[in-house]
Design a protein around this ligand. Structure first.
Ligand code: FES
Length: 100
């Protein structure tokens, strides 16, 4: 695995996801109570890449297509049988790096 620059950390706001392309993968970066998390922007339900547009509250993102919801810290769905792919994140000098 290698760490790739994704975005500046001040671009990641509480309450909404930040889309980025890292090593050819579309990911979404979230901030939950100060913790930064990264997930693959592919919903396990029907593979739509819309999680960056989903409602995001208390660490849970809801896919806007059919409502499957996921805890972005673990990737585990809170209302369905699915799991988002998650990536380790490191913050260095105000920049977000994602290990892929
Ligand atoms: S594609 Fe996300 S809930 Fe259906």
């Amino acid at each position: 695995m290698s760490a790739y620059f994704a975005c500046n950390s001040d671009e990641v706001k509480e309450g909404r996801g930040k889309k980025a392309v890292v090593d050819g993968e579309e990911i979404v970066i979230f901030k939950v109570e100060g913790q930064v998390c990264a997930v693959l922007n592919v919903c396990p339900h029907q593979k739509f890449q819309k999680l960056h547009e989903g409602m995001f509250e208390n660490g849970i993102v809801t896919c806007p297509m059919h409502g499957w919801a996921y805890d972005v810290r673990t990737g585990i769905s809170t209302n369905a049988d699915g799991r988002l792919k998650t990536f380790p994140v490191e913050i260095k000098n105000g920049k977000v790096f994602v290990e892929i």
